[in-house]
Ligand binder design. Sequence first.
Ligand SMILES: [Zn+2]
Length: 334
Amino acid sequence: MKASDFSAWLLAIAGLSSAQRAEALAALAKAEAAAPSEGAGGSSRTGGKRRDREDALGATGLERVERQGCPHCAGREIIGWGRSHGLLRFRCKSCGRTFNALTKTPMAHLRKKEKWRDHARAMIEGKSLSKTAELCGVHPTTAFRWRHRFLRSPAADKPRTLSGIVEADETFILESFKGRRSDLPRKARKRGGKARHPGLHQDNIAVLVARDRKGATFDAVLPQVDSASVASAFAGVVTPGNHLVSDGGRAIAAFARKAGIPFHAVAAPGKPAPEAPHRHINNVNAYHSRFKQWLNRFNGVATKYLPSYLGWRRWLEKGEDIITPQTALAAALG
Ligand SMILES: [Zn+2]
């Protein structure tokens, strides 16, 4: 497709209904799956397709520029300004500055962009850093840096509010070596990473997860399991307009009482009272176990990176039909 036609096509996206967007995403995912080698491996280097030479990010970069305008002043009048470092360049007519799709994103100034789709694919499949590095043909420290740059935007992308009934519960993750890159490939310290002491203990990091019945999920690493930490995590997210359901853990109950939020304690997890079958925390508990099972593959995640992994899990939960290397790149750009 000609670049001008493509721009027009992208602009029409704004007018789509949510059903049409879903249909379009499914069609794009199908097309992406049907052309797995495009832009990956050496194909772009040998210069197969003109589009790949135009912009290493494919449609993702242009889409972002169309949607966000100028990253410096949010101006909308933008013209093409050649290309550099494998990316299309643009110039804003309002402020006169130039930029590319990565300007002011966590991904700015990283090299080997042509490998990012492979990297995104490896992340979606949950490959280890050494396998990811091998697949992309980069050093493991590069794969490590990419992983955490990729995760910066998803980690910050949390719902600002939850609606209706909100299930909340804490879970505990075994603390990894503090401040070390312990998710880098290394000799196994203790395979499995099982918590030595389940529940509240100094080895364990508390993670608070809240989920509403539409599936919107909020999470936070708690510095302490007390009502003040819960209050600061939930500020503006869970409000007196919600009904909070939990298993009666003291911190969450105390937070709800102080904040004036209707609170319902379930006596036994998985067993709601017959007169109130909707009051349960099955969804949030299922989320906990999916998160922990998935996290196991990383053989210990350093505490400081836990929010990144929480964000990545939230993104993966959006559903298989919209999880593709291309949408992962778009999520990384924020
Ligand atoms: Zn501008």
